[in-house]
Structure formats: C-alpha cells, structure tokens
Design a protein around this ligand. Structure first.
Ligand code: GAR
Length: 179
C-alpha cells in the first residue's frame, strides 16, 4: 500500500513512521520545514504545496500531489492545515491523523495548551480516521499521558510525542494489514 505523509513542522512523527519501515511514497508539506530534510535523507520524494488562503484550491493541489505518487493511504503527521471535502472523497476512510489529546477532548490547534489550561490530570494522544469535521472520526487508538503539576506546554507535548512515535506507526501498520 502506497503511503503519503502530510507534515508542516518538526516532522518527528514522520521520522518515527520512516524509522518503523513503513513504505512512504511521498511527503507533502505546506511550508519549508524539517520534514523535507527527513524525506530527502530517507530517499523519499517530497512535494511543497504552499498555502494560498483558498482551502478548496489548496486541498485539490494536495490531492493532486498525492495522486501523482499513486498514494492509497494518507497519514497526517503534524499537518497544521484544515483540508476540505475533496481529500475525503479521493481517499474515503483512508486519511489518518494523530492528535495530541484524548479526543473528543481538546480538539484544535492548541490541544496541549488547552489541556494544561483546563487543569486536567491526564491527557494523551489519539490516532483516528480523519473526516471533514476537524479532529473527529473513528478512533483507532488512544493512550493516556499524565500531566505533571509543574508541566509546561513544551514538556507535556514532548511526552505526548514520545507516545505518538510508537503508537502512530503501530496503528498505521495494523490499519494497512486490515485494509
Ligand atoms: C504532534 O504532536 C501532532 O499530534 C500534532 O502536532 C505535533 C507534530 O509534531 N498535531 C496537531 O496538533 C494537529 N492538530 P511533529 O511535527 O514533530 O510530528
């Protein structure tokens, strides 16, 4: 199964996916970022699809980039853009996402800060099938991460990412075996 990974930033989840031996066909990024370097180092193609303020047009260009590489399964790994319906039509039930909270709590782009602000004692990460509604869709895996009394957003997010780096590749592999 040909996998396309969507990333925007540090790319640590992309790195974990590559390290797990998952066959990534293309990495699509919306901005110059470390994910490009990781793709290059792994000998994986990358496509830069720059944000232009038009969500529908942007989504069509992301889908085109994925289809050019024959992608069958899409893994969003820290992709910080909301995508429109065409990607869910092109890859029905085959867009996965990792989110740094125990969904349905703390949806959105500031999940770790929001959890800290709310004073919860436990948060975590969720791997799910993505749907047009943001941070919703069937949950495939979740794991809890304790919040420490003296936590910062950065420290808590690093502990959550450490879990994602194991849980996301494992969940992708299981999803590939069952699909
Ligand atoms: C990950 O924690 C991921 O769950 C989160 O961004 C981080 C990306 O890290 N995604 C979201 O918040 C999406 N709403 P990475 O770039 O190092 O993989």
């Amino acid at each position: 199964m040909r996998i396309g990974v969507l990333a925007s930033g540090g790319g640590s989840n992309l790195e974990a996916i590559l390290d797990a031996g998952i066959p990534v066909s293309v990495v699509v990024v919306d901005r110059p970022c470390r994910a490009i370097d990781l793709a290059d180092a792994a000998g994986v193609a990358h496509e830069l699809v720059e944000w232009n303020g038009d969500r529908l047009d942007f989504t069509h260009r992301v889908v085109d980039a994925l289809e050019r590489h024959g992608v069958e399964l899409v893994a969003m790994a820290g992709f910080m853009r909301i995508l429109d319906k065409p990607i869910f039509d092109a890859f029905p039930g085959r867009v996965l996402n990792t989110h740094p909270s125990l969904l349905p709590s703390f949806r959105g782009a500031h999940a770790v800060a929001d959890a800290l602000e709310a004073g919860v004692k436990v948060t975590g990460c969720t791997i799910h099938v993505a749907v047009p509604e943001v941070d919703a869709g069937p949950i495939l895996a979740q794991e809890a991460v304790p919040v420490h009394d003296d936590d910062t957003v950065e420290a808590l997010h690093e502990r959550i990412k450490a879990v994602e780096h194991r849980l996301y590749p494992d969940t992708i592999k299981t999803f590939m075996e069952r699909t």
